[in-house]
Write a protein that binds this ligand. Structure first.
Ligand code: SF4
Length: 147
């Protein structure tokens, strides 16, 4: 059975910043014969509900910056990702929630420090850690089933 890591909000967990979910029934039907391993770096690191964050290009590289107080929230997200991927070294695929600054796969928005949009095709911080480990990643909105 294939092992698929997936953003927990897509499974119906109410772990979004506003305590809602992104449950995707069509996606779940497509994945019914796989082992699903949910993840949510932001809920673990910051709790739910929480303030939003944006992916920002800074002199130190891309960071997740709080829209509440401008704090750099990257470290706990990367720590969560490191632990997650060390715990699950044999993933076949990661399905991320499109456009999330943590979980988006080539769909997250990247801003400069003045909040000008630089790109809408970035990957979130958790996904960047997956890519570093050569794990295949796809956005939920692009997933069309496993081969
Ligand atoms: S997109 Fe990722 S960080 Fe955001 S709620 Fe879903 S699983 Fe959590």
């Amino acid at each position: 059975m294939k092992k698929v890591a997936i953003s927990a909000c897509l499974l119906g967990e109410k772990c979004r910043y506003d305590a809602t979910d992104n449950k995707n029934e069509i996606l779940l039907e497509q994945l019914k014969d796989t082992q699903l391993i949910p993840f949510c770096p932001e809920d673990t690191a910051f709790g739910t509900p929480r303030s939003t964050m944006d992916l920002v290009e800074t002199p130190q590289g891309q960071q997740a910056i709080s829209n509440f107080n401008g704090e750099d929230l990257s470290t706990p997200i990367i720590q969560y990702a490191t632990l997650f991927f060390n715990t699950h070294p044999d993933l076949d695929l990661l399905i991320g929630k499109d456009r999330s600054p943590s979980c988006g796969v080539c769909s997250a928005r990247l801003y400069d420090e003045d909040k000008n949009l630089l790109s809408s095709k970035e990957s979130g911080l958790m996904v960047k850690e997956a890519i570093k480990r050569n794990i295949s990643c796809i956005d939920a909105e692009d997933f069309r089933g496993l081969e």
